[in-house]
Design a protein around this ligand. Structure first.
Ligand code: 8IG
Length: 276
């Protein structure tokens, strides 16, 4: 079956069409900020403002059905208390689904085409720092992309210095000064790492193991957006915790922390608005 993002389509054109779909359905001409809500973060959508439109992702050009429980396949338009518009993406396509990187970053490109200048990427992830505890949110300071892939095509040389905006990280720390930060390591997944791979990631300077955010952040930077990355540590990475990892444990830790971290995220969105 063909997909709108398959070659020879230009992924930027498809994102522009998707943004037009969103404008047509919502009547909102420009969204200011976009958020991708990963495992554990979904409740934030209800806290950052009034949801005026909930769009099934399948009604927007190029979006795929969600592959995983805990990932809501909707896109929402939220009016914040201070009158900004947030595009809340609850429909993430993971690299491990094997549909190619164009589909992975389509939501980010759509957010940019819809006008967003700030992209907030959240996820659930495994922690390498032994002092971290399941249920703890941390800021992403940088990444190691171990997928051996890129959302950029052709000779597109994009600078990734300060990819995870120091300005936005500072704002997040005004909301919660105790927020720690670390280097996010994107593995392909969907299997979790071996303990040896976690030690490799640690030796390379990594602190957070995940399967989503690095590729999205690269696409956001290419599109000119400012990026804030937040990980919910749902488990310690393999071999750092002594017990085996389970998807159920990850879901439970997300549920348990969801109220707290969603309030944190909503407050961070408010603070970003105050700083604007
Ligand atoms: I939730 O320990 C979650 N996602 N790669 N490793 C990787 N991804 C994850 C992990 C983890 N926990």
């Amino acid at each position: 079956m063909t997909h709108p993002l398959d070659p020879p389509a230009d992924p930027r054109d498809v994102a522009a069409q998707a943004a037009d779909d969103i404008r047509r359905i919502t009547g909102v001409d420009r969204h200011d900020i976009a958020l991708t809500l990963g495992s554990g973060w979904a409740q934030a959508a209800d806290l950052i403002g009034e949801t005026t439109h909930t769009i099934p992702a399948t009604e927007v050009t190029g979006f795929s059905k969600p592959a995983l429980e805990g990932h809501v396949g909707t896109i929402r338009s939220v009016l914040t208390d201070d009158g900004r518009r947030a595009l809340v993406i609850g429909a993430r396509t993971h690299y491990y689904e094997g549909h190619g990187v164009r589909r992975v970053v389509h939501s980010v490109r759509t957010a940019a085409a819809a006008g967003a200048t700030i992209m907030v990427l959240t996820n659930g992830a495994g922690g390498i720092k032994p002092q971290w505890e399941p249920g703890q949110p941390v800021l992403i300071s940088d990444h190691l992309n171990l997928t051996a892939d890129s959302p950029l095509e052709g000779a597109t040389f994009v600078d990734l210095t300060d990819l995870y905006s120091p300005r936005l990280r500072d704002i997040a720390r005004t909301v919660d000064a105790s927020l720690d930060e670390g280097v996010y390591v994107q593995f392909r997944g969907p299997h979790y790492e071996t303990p040896a791979e976690v030690q490799m990631a640690k030796a390379m300077g990594g602190h957070i193991c995940g399967m989503s955010t690095a590729l999205e952040a690269i696409a956001a930077r290419e599109a000119g957006m400012e990026v804030l990355g937040l990980s919910l540590i749902t488990n310690l990475a393999a071999g750092i915790q002594t017990t085996p990892l389970s998807h159920q444990e990850v879901i439970d830790a997300g549920r348990e922390a969801e109220g707290r971290i969603s309030h944190l995220l909503a407050d961070v969105i408010g603070a970003i608005g105050d700083a604007a």
